[in-house]
Design a protein around this ligand. Structure first.
Ligand code: AKG
Length: 189
């Protein structure tokens, strides 16, 4: 272990995870919630199964039956400005975000442990409506190393580096309806 490693805080979050509270204000939050709620949201389909969260995909959609990305509706003009804001915050060039996923979690709905598909590179997420425990875990010998981020409404997170490639994430059932907008850049072919 390096000298620096001796002093690394074991409670520090996964490397590559960044987070910003109050990324947008309450007025912008209300407007985004209204736009998502008005979308033709569909229960998340993975293969023959349907999850309880409801989603709308833009740019690309991952087809679990075919295990590949397929084209989806273009990113709507009304969602593009917030994607540009997220890119700027993350130091990404304009237009890097090529996939947007709008999700509604009703009370008691969450999402299980997973890593986002390898077709995607950086992943940003804007939380709206209510807080959630955004949990991380990675295998460490015969145990798990864990970290929980309190993802408050109006906050933005970025998963890059190890937080994206080594750690899995999940959200336990939420206590009140939560919306999120996930912005993803693409891996180079
Ligand atoms: O709702 C979120 O912030 C996370 C969504 C997520 O992990 C996913 O859709 O893969």
């Amino acid at each position: 272990m390096t000298q620096l490693g001796l002093f690394t805080d074991p409670n520090a979050g996964p490397a590559g995870l960044r987070h910003q509270d109050n990324f947008i204000d309450g007025v912008a939050e209300e407007a985004l919630i209204g736009r998502i709620a008005a979308l033709p949201l569909q229960r998340f389909q993975f293969g023959a199964f349907k999850g309880n969260r409801r989603v709308a995909w833009f740019g690309y959609q991952y087809d679990y039956s075919q295990q590949r990305l397929t084209a989806a509706e273009p990113i709507p003009d009304r969602v593009a400005p917030i994607a540009r804001q997220a890119e700027a915050w993350a130091g990404l060039s304009e237009g890097s975000v090529q996939q947007v996923l709008c999700t509604e979690y009703d009370e008691s709905v969450g999402i299980g442990w997973h890593r986002d598909k390898p077709h995607f590179d950086k992943v940003l997420g804007l939380s709206l409506g209510s807080s959630c425990k955004f949990r991380f875990r990675r295998s460490c010998g015969d145990t798990w190393q864990r970290y929980t981020l309190e993802a408050r409404p109006r906050s933005l997170y970025l998963m890059d580096g190890e937080s994206r490639s080594q750690w899995e994430h999940s959200i336990p059932p939420v206590e009140a309806r939560r919306y999120s907008i996930t912005f993803r850049t693409m891996k180079r072919p």
